[in-house]
Design a protein around this ligand. Structure first.
Ligand SMILES: [Zn+2]
Length: 302
């Protein structure tokens, strides 16, 4: 079992919401699909790390900050003598490598993952240096997509290609490891440092509340849901049913990550969800699930 479960980055959650609630430009859409694809790759890697039997801590989607620099580690595994950060790449197609990096044979270059892991190794070691950890850090790049090919692949680099993954995981699991309390403290410390900030805030499009389509989005198919009676909402496209309470809470969470500074009030949630007629019901659900703060005009939920 993972020491920390995977969750979508705030960046992906925002782009998903904007994709459903606004008209993204082709460039923004491309960026959004890239994030979704990356996340799918991480989930594929999770299926492999879940099978590991040795005594290890698996920490998924860790976002750390040091000196105002935010960096992301897709998967971090703590073993007895080493910390292994993994950078998972879910790209497909034919690429070639030269001294300047990774290039797509027909298309755009990708950010050099070797530079990426060098950077995160440096930042991670800086972060861990303070309390005097001396455990070595060995980053690895995993190309998870079976239809990825790299020509002129560099030798002696910590890169695992699709055809090597199974063997690598077996070998990784075979190296003995025995964890103790010190490892646990390290894992807990890293998780306590996890930040929800985006490492690339300037890659997000700008958006405003008034320009976004209001309503309850069905996460499975990105369509809007309509209310059906007093207890449930139904997806217009696929017909899935969800309880009003769960749909409202989900939609409030969306409001919170899209607009972290806004105060959650009954009126705001009523407008944002659009299809829930009863303000009383919204208020009751908010009262039950959030902490009410203030009174009268200044009443809001946290
Ligand atoms: Zn649906």
């Amino acid at each position: 079992m993972a020491f920390k479960d995977r969750s979508e980055s705030t960046e992906l959650k925002i782009m998903r919401a904007l994709n459903a609630r606004s008209n993204l430009s082709p460039k923004e859409k491309k960026y959004y699909f890239k994030l979704e694809k990356g996340y799918q790759g991480e989930l594929m890697f999770d299926l492999l790390t879940e099978k590991l039997q040795s005594d290890i801590f698996v920490i998924n989607s860790l976002c750390l900050e040091i000196n105002d620099t935010v960096f992301q580690i897709d998967t971090l595994i703590i073993k007895q003598d080493t910390i292994y950060p993994f950078e998972v790449k879910n790209i497909s197609g034919d690429y070639f490598y030269d001294s300047e990096g990774f290039h797509k044979i027909s298309g755009n270059d990708i950010i050099n993952p070797l530079d990426q892991i060098k950077r995160s190794k440096l930042l991670l070691s800086q972060l861990l240096q303070n309390p005097g950890y001396t455990i070595p850090i060995r980053p690895t790049i995993i190309f998870i997509n079976p239809s990825f090919t790299l020509y002129q692949a560099p030798l002696n680099q910590p890169i695992i290609y699709p055809t090597q993954i199974n063997g690598f995981m077996k070998e990784f699991d075979r190296t003995p490891s025995k964890l103790n309390d010190r490892h646990k403290k390290l894992a807990e410390r890293l998780i306590s440092l996890h930040s929800n900030k985006s490492p690339y805030p300037d890659r997000l499009p700008t958006y405003e509340y008034r320009n976004l389509t209001k309503g309850i989005v069905h996460p499975k198919c990105n369509s809007f849901m309509v209310s059906d009676g007093e207890k449930v909402v139904v997806c217009e496209k696929c017909g899935d049913v969800e309880s009003i309470e769960s749909a409202i809470l989900r939609t409030v969470e969306e409001l919170k990550f899209l607009f972290p500074d806004s105060k959650i009030t009954t009126s705001l949630v009523h407008e944002w969800c659009r299809v829930i007629k009863s303000k009383k019901m919204i208020r009751r659900i908010l009262m039950k699930n959030y902490k009410a703060i203030g009174y009268g005009r200044w009443f809001y939920f946290e």
